[in-house]
Design a binder for this molecule. Structure first.
Ligand code: FAQ
Length: 321
């Protein structure tokens, strides 16, 4: 492998859809932007456990509780696959966690909104997981091998999450007047923040061009947002509910839905740490990490003991020979 692998050959490999693997040469900016995106994605999965974790003890039935526990556990698993994928690029788990806890690393804006009613569990599943999966299905073809492979499994689980969310809302939408109202209220509150998950408009996105060129991102923020609107605008009809956007309208010429402008001031406020729950979410993560210190210490002590036991039994075996 030449020490100065030309950028042009790297780009050719990307163009031919050959996956980039951990030991392959890569431009420093490619490595850094993958670390940024994968670690932020991992943080989103971990912080994303909080709004739903909030409802585990208040789920209306044992079945709903079991489903919610399984879903929240899945999100933890996604975070772990993604941290492992990012580690292959030369950053440690501790460094990533420190970056999250000191506010340097971002996580998805969506998880800074409160989950106020049981219907929010349905809206998160349908809209938040729905937005996540649209993005992640495209990312299964991302150019960095470990990230792409992690996403294949994540997508299988996310599609179950989305369907359980939709089914939760479907039951409410066929319930009492109060349940219908709760369903509509949850959709109203989660709709616009879900559209913000796709990031700023392409014209404002700092990472789009490089992401697309290196096939880290397979679709732009605006393309994915449009795909999501087109999907949700049809699915909401099955619920007999509406989306809170007076500008939402089918455009026959474009074969797409037109939709209203997002509140970008709100988006940037949340991204910069000043959303409704940013401080609460970060404080919960820091506390969980500190409370879990004894588990990490015990795991290290156990590993040390096991290694010592293997060494001594190896020594005994040699003596016997
Ligand atoms: N929130 O230049 P771009 C889930 C930042 S997983 C916060 O367009 P990029 C599962 C961006 O980082 C959800 N920050 O950025 C689940 C950048 O700042 P930086 C997470 C945002 O990377 C469901 C700056 O703005 N999914 O939900 C946001 O090209 C239910 C400029 O933006 C992923 O992470 C935002 N919404 O495109 C769990 C998927 N948007 O880093 C529990 C992978 C943008 O330069 C329950 N990531 N920013 O300082 C991606 O696809 C991309 O990173 C985008 C953003 C599309 C999110």
């Amino acid at each position: 492998m030449p020490t100065q692998y030309p950028d042009i050959l790297f780009q050719q490999k990307i163009n031919k859809e050959i996956k980039i693997e951990p030991k392959d040469w890569m431009p420093e900016a490619y490595r850094k932007t993958n670390i940024r995106q994968i670690s932020q994605h991992a943080h989103s999965e971990i912080v994303g456990m909080l709004p739903e974790g909030n409802w585990i003890s208040r789920a209306p039935t044992l079945k709903r509780k079991a489903i919610l526990i399984a879903k929240v556990q899945d999100e933890a698993g996604h975070g772990l696959y993604l941290y492992s994928a990012a580690e292959t690029l030369g950053i440690t788990r501790d460094e990533m966690i420190d970056d999250l806890h000191c506010g340097k690393a971002k996580y998805s804006s969506i998880f800074n909104y409160p989950s106020l009613t049981w219907a929010d569990m349905g809206a998160i599943g349908w809209l938040v997981d729905g937005a996540a999966i649209l993005n992640q299905v495209a990312l299964c073809r991302t150019s960095y091998g470990p990230y792409a492979r992690a996403l294949v499994r994540i997508c299988k689980e996310e599609s179950f999450h989305q369907r359980q969310g939709f089914e939760t809302l479907l039951v409410l939408s066929q319930g009492t007047v109060d349940q219908k109202a709760m369903c509509q209220d949850a959709i109203n509150r989660w709709w616009w923040p879900s559209l913000m998950m796709f990031g700023p408009k392409d014209s404002e996105s700092t990472n789009n061009d490089m992401g697309i060129k290196w096939k880290i991102k397979r679709k732009t923020n605006d393309e994915l947002r449009q795909n999501f609107v087109d999907m949700a605008a049809e699915q909401v009809k099955v619920l007999g509910m509406s989306l809170p956007d007076p500008a939402l309208q089918w455009n026959e010429a474009n074969k797409k839905y037109d939709f209203g402008e997002l509140n970008w001031d709100e988006f940037w406020k949340v991204v910069k740490g000043n959303g409704p729950c940013n401080k609460q979410r970060l404080a919960a993560r820091v506390k969980a990490h500190e409370d879990g210190a004894w588990v990490r210490e015990a795991a290290v002590a156990y590993q040390r003991k096991r290694k010592a036991a293997v060494r001594s039994s190896f020594g005994e075996a040699k003596e016997a020979v």
